[in-house]
Ligand binder design. Sequence first.
Ligand SMILES: Cc1cc2nc3c(=O)[nH]c(=O)nc-3n(C[C@H](O)[C@H](O)[C@H](O)COP(=O)(O)OP(=O)(O)OC[C@H]3O[C@@H](n4cnc5c(N)ncnc54)[C@H](O)[C@@H]3O)c2cc1C
Length: 464
Amino acid sequence: MAAARSLWLQEALLGEEAAETPELGENIEADVCVVGGGYTGLWTALRVKELQPDASVVLLEADICGGGPSGRNGGFALSWWPKIETLRKRVGDEEALRLVKASEAAVEEIGEFCEREGVDAHFHQGGWLWTATSPAQVGSWEGAVAAAEAYGEHPFELLSAEDVQARAGSPMHLGAAYEKGAATVQPAFLARGLRRVALERGVRIHERTAMVDLDRGAGSVRTPSGSVRAGAIVLALNAWAIKIPELSRALVAVASDMVATAPMPERLAESGWTGGEAISNSRLMVHYYRTTKDGRVAFGRGGGRLAFGGRVNSNFDYSGGQTEDLKADLVRLVPTAEGVPVTNAWGGPIDRTTDGLPFAGRLPGHVPIVYGTGYSGNGVAPSLTFAKILASSALGLADEWSGAGLNRGVPSRFPPEPARFLGGLVVRAAVRRKEGREDRGLTCDPVTGAVAGLAPQGFFRVKR
Ligand SMILES: Cc1cc2nc3c(=O)[nH]c(=O)nc-3n(C[C@H](O)[C@H](O)[C@H](O)COP(=O)(O)OP(=O)(O)OC[C@H]3O[C@@H](n4cnc5c(N)ncnc54)[C@H](O)[C@@H]3O)c2cc1C
């Protein structure tokens, strides 16, 4: 089984002639230097070129563009509606509505970008089923539905168990909220498509080029064989932002893992799961699953391995243990996959914040050094909104994006190491025990419940 790269990236690289740009081997200058070649970095580079076409933009990526989570994720392009309650707490009522609308628009903008630029990222607006797969999860969406209704908005349609079972082709679902604006993409086709368009717009990309030092005084980024001195620096580092001292306690890196089956289009047709809906249940260690254009099921679960300190390394790329668990979870939640071979397995780090929402801000330095991270497992669409924030901030523009409520620096912190890591292990074990029992229709003891309740907000707000 292929483990190092995701199914998505393997598919995307197959169709490319020159898969890598050269490593940086000299000292250069640029108006803007972007560090990180995932969605955040690539969208930001494009946005800078859109705002200031003459600006010189250099992008440095330690691996290849899309080698990180942007080429490994589930491909769910979701709005912030499921997180509306925490968004309101973070930025207030009015700004929360503006940002949630921006996140809805971001889903549409991904589709428009793909259409306009000829990027076939399999963008499909089949909606998202936010379901319950145990009695304890039923109604997890109620807070978000009520908060949306308080704004006079109705992004969710409530589905009975019967309805969701028919749509999802599985008897495991006990009810759901359906958000019809959500979409799926083939994530690596999107990342590699963004890279292609960025190159066409004149962005200079150097892959296999890690930032090894950030000189805040000089406004320069040092790499193993060169450097970029820039008028502004954008750190689009996802979970690797933990290595930046000011950001290290704002995040915990937690693995999310995925498997994909062999193509099984006939089975999907028999089961009734034919609308291309993205599905996730309401666990903190969320199960998320979707179909692919060639009729596979791609199935993932959050809440895997934890990083000690800033050690976000290749441990996150694959776990044999998680893969075995995932195979069992897959046939339990998607019974039509029983007996179909699992052909691919991979994982990646999630940059989880205390409240499950991302944040952006600026580090001290002589030039603007801006960062955006903390998507907490929901970055496919939000990274486009963050690119607007980061590009405006890097260019020193005072506009609705640089002024956004999520651009106010670190919102809150986890405890320092070793408490963060050890505490994380204890809380994760409690969540696993609690949710495992709930999956079997059982309740858990109050101590386990209380410890599990200390977990940071996950993919979206969960019932405690
Ligand atoms: C298994 C999995 C499933 C997911 N599913 C979903 C989903 O269905 N929907 C959703 O919305 N979100 C999902 N996510 C989250 C989503 O993938 C991320 O939020 C999103 O890709 C973030 O984009 P990014 O550009 O900020 O980060 P990344 O894609 O991680 O890009 C950051 C890049 O920085 C590079 N880098 C790190 N350090 C350095 C350095 N020193 N120098 C140069 N480059 C460096 C990395 O190599 C990496 O390529 C999932 C994540 C995982 C891991």
